[in-house]
Write a protein that binds this ligand. Sequence first.
Ligand SMILES: Cc1ncc(COP(=O)(O)O)c(C=O)c1O
Length: 294
Amino acid sequence: MLRDGDAVAVPANTYIASILAITENRLRPVLVEPDEDTFNLGVAKLAAALTSDVKAVLAVHLYGQLAEMPAIAQLCRERGLLLLEDAAQAHGAQVDGVKAGAWGDAAAFSFYPGKNLGALGDAGALTCKDRKLADMVRALRNYGSHEKYKNLVQGPNDRLDELQAAFLRVKLKHLDADNARRREIAARYRREIAAPDVRLPAVRAGEESHVWHLFVVRVPDREAFQRRLLDQGVHTAIHYPVAPHHQRAYARELGHLRLPLTEALHREVVSLPIGPVMSEAQVAAVVASVNPTA
Ligand SMILES: Cc1ncc(COP(=O)(O)O)c(C=O)c1O
């Protein structure tokens, strides 16, 4: 159980929603620099960041790749820390047969329309192993009501709309095939992109550990790179242009931090197009736009 003011370790380069989930609950984020090649939370830097204030770890499977989960789960067990997962970008990613959402004490999924499993509007879900926690979360999402018109606790209205649930039930059947197609595209990018200024993402725990929500590369001159691709009709995006500790929203709590790797990543990362509906011709066009012309 967490108490007000307890600290939660979280990767510093995550989407700000992970940090907001911590501060909304009157907890304190401890930002951990990621692994520089996977962009993900690794066990060595996490272990180094653990002080006695840290009572939980929020592992984020950023861009669709599982964080270093076997080792992180082991560390959390040894230290008696709660392990939470932000699986918003990683539906279906797995290591050792254990999927995103099944590693921690609880995990959150987003079904925002652009996600690997997306609804037609906002939606999300939580997974956990403990029945009592599940019952509490079920109550909390519905004004804290365990039983109709009986409220043991105060809660918001965070119900999953039935129509969205129906769409998701149909789309879930296609998730594995969609992820497989994303992996094919990522494999082709990793095989065929050969540009001296482009650093490709690393995959550390096998192909299944990544579902390629995003294909993120690092380039030293991002603006020029994006312009060059756009001139060839290839749109790119940035996930994310501003680090959470540099956001105005956190100026007071986190603005003093210096996180050189996270800051470099926020300057250099750029996402190439990836998605299950891309054709081979489109993938080839992206590769051609990135690679230098002979
Ligand atoms: C890593 C991460 N965490 C949390 C969220 C929040 O999900 P939602 O927008 O469904 O609240 C997102 C998606 O936007 C995300 O990418």
